[in-house]
Write a protein that binds this ligand. Structure first.
Ligand code: PLP
Ligand code: COI
Length: 339
């Protein structure tokens, strides 16, 4: 294999040796299959293609100093994928198939797990799609669950450096009673124009507002939002944001650091009172936010003037990463080894 430059990896697709697949047919899941083909063969009338019956997940595996590969909170990803399946009427993937797929795909692609200390990790991408044909708007009778892996570096090219974001006033990502709380492809399709425009304007991402009133912060493209003030970690409570496993974990880490935690609506005006702000997610880990621009009013909310992250975001980031790589003891039961 060509030598990968682990320290310089972007967040992108790298071909690995194998992926794993499992089909749901006649009301039951079949055996896990191993493939070295990057393509799938799909019926031209598959519901995934026409009606968006598609859900994906994202989780990471980390190489520890001890040479052991650690998985972070896979049960939460399995649970969220089941919720996504229920949300768009797909067959649910049982936990035993989910973890068997993880173990197999990592074991077969061990040489792609980035070394300890490189800052990179192995990103796992589980995917569930309606593979059976329908022409009327109906759920499929057949499903395909697959998982591939790719070694990745930071999601935002800045890494752990403050990024600029803009408030999104032109587009909604998810409807108030829609599918924003589950991880289905349609939400991401709906965000593409917004993110494209934000990138063109020089922003790392857009911050979506609540679709109903346009008064509250929802989330930041592919990551949840948090703000910090008065020793308190504050993160939005909304039906139309994805319940982030990273955010859930940061809430617990923040409490251990002696911070208070509030999960509640955050009005746009409150942005001016935060001392620090950030975006969090598996891919993004923590991306400190240095500045948020509201292009409709010309107002800017600035959290970093020196190009560095704030002290609390830095602590949160370090602790989370230390747990994930095994540098800090896993007192929560978040880590499982891949053997
Ligand atoms: N919000 C959205 C829209 C996402 O796509 C993601 C990524 O999965 C997150 C938040 C962060 O969630 P997690 O921390 O579980 O990766
Ligand atoms: C993740 O953080 O795992 C994501 O899924 C974000 C994005 C790449 C969609």
């Amino acid at each position: 294999m060509e030598q990968l430059n682990w320290g310089e990896l972007p967040f992108g697709y790298v071909k690995t040796d194998y992926n794993v697949r499992c089909y749901y047919r006649n009301g039951q899941w079949g055996e896990l299959e191993v493939s070295s083909d990057e393509n799938i063969s799909l019926h031209i009338a598959a519901t995934a293609l026409h009606y968006g019956q598609e859900s994906f997940e994202g989780l990471k595996a980390f190489m520890g100093k001890d040479g052991r590969i650690r998985l972070f909170r896979w049960q939460e990803n399995a649970k969220r994928m089941r919720n996504s399946a229920v949300g768009i009427r797909m067959a649910e993937v049982p936990d035993d198939i989910f973890i068997a797929a993880i173990q197999k795909v990592i074991t077969l692609n061990k040489r792609f797990v980035p070394p300890y200390g490189s800052g990179a990790s192995l990103y796992l991408r589980p995917l569930l799609i309606g593979s059976g044909p329908q022409v009327g708007v109906k759920p499929a009778n057949e499903y395909l669950f697959l998982m591939f892996v790719t070694p990745v570096g930071p999601y935002f090219k800045e890494g752990f450096k403050p990024v600029k974001m803009k408030l999104e006033r032109e587009y909604d990502r998810a409807a108030p009673l829609g599918t924003g709380h589950i991880k289905v492809g349609g939400n991401y399709a709906a965000s593409l124009n917004s993110l494209h425009k934000a990138h063109e304007q020089g922003y790392a991402s857009a911050l979506f507002l609540d679709a109903k009133e346009k008064k509250y912060i929802d989330e930041a493209g592919p990551a949840n939002f948090f703000g910090i003030k008065n020793n308190t970690y504050i993160t939005p409570h909304s039906h139309s944001i994805l319940p982030s496993i990273t955010n859930m974990s940061l809430v617990e880490i923040a409490q251990e650091m002696g911070l208070k935690v509030e999960r509640r609506s955050i009005e746009i005006g409150e942005l001016s009172s935060f001392e620090e702000a950030g975006a969090c997610g598996t891919a993004a880990v923590i991306s400190p936010i240095g500045q948020i621009d509201d292009l409709s009013t010309g107002q800017s909310f600035v959290y970093s003037k020196d190009g560095e992250a704030g002290p609390i975001s830095t602590q949160l980031y370090k602790r989370l990463q230390a747990i994930q790589t095994g540098d800090m003891p896993d007192t929560h039961g978040w880590i499982e080894f891949v053997d």
